[in-house]
Every structure is written in C-alpha cells, then in structure tokens.
Design a protein around this ligand. Structure first.
Ligand code: FES
Length: 106
C-alpha cells in the first residue's frame, strides 16, 4: 500500500497508508488529517481540499482538468503546484508522495 505524507502549514507531518483507488482528499479525511475541509464531498465544486504538491512529484501527478483549473483560479493563494486533493486518485506509483497543506482553506 502506498504511503503519502501531508505536511501542515505548521510543519506537522502526517504519513499515512493510502488505499489505491481513493482520492487524496478521502485518504486525508479517513486518517483525520487536519486542514482538508472537502465541503462538496469531492465534486470539484468547493476548492476546500486545496493542497500543494512537492515539486519532485508534479510529473507523476499530472495536470488539472479544466474544471479543476477553474476552481483553483478562485483561490487567492493558488501556487504553480496547487491541486485539489479530491481530483487526485492514488495509485501504486504515488508511494512516497508528499504534499503541503495551506494555512487556511477558502
Ligand atoms: S472536495 Fe470540493 S473541490 Fe475537492
């Protein structure tokens, strides 16, 4: 089972087992990782599952869809590595994935 790590804004790390086929958002919720609100339940319509992917993982994560890109544009703290965690489905290649959590979700 892949391991993924969420790093809170204050530096606290949460390394968790990630069930293949689940979204990164769901994995965070399942493991009580703070900092992911996921108000829309994963429908790509709230952007409260904002994360920043570590630079060395961007190639493996891929690029956001047009819908995700539009939602990310609404976030004043969007960064080049920003993604919505509900739109990333974990596979075996994501073992070791590390993402940063923002200070606040908007
Ligand atoms: S949970 Fe709402 S956009 Fe990801």
């Amino acid at each position: 089972m892949p391991k993924v790590t969420f790093i809170e804004h204050n530096g606290t790390e949460h390394s968790v087992d990630a069930e293949v086929g689940k979204s990164l958002m769901q994995i965070a919720l399942d493991n009580l990782v703070p900092g992911i609100d996921a108000d829309c339940g994963g429908e790509c319509s709230c952007a409260t599952c904002h994360i920043m992917v570590k630079a060395d993982w961007l190639d493996k994560i891929g690029t956001p869809s047009d819908a995700e890109d539009s939602m990310l544009d609404l976030n004043p703290e969007r960064e080049p590595s920003s993604r919505l965690a509900c739109q990333i489905e974990v596979t075996e290649i994501h073992d070791g994935l590390t993402v940063d959590l923002p200070e606040f979700q908007f």
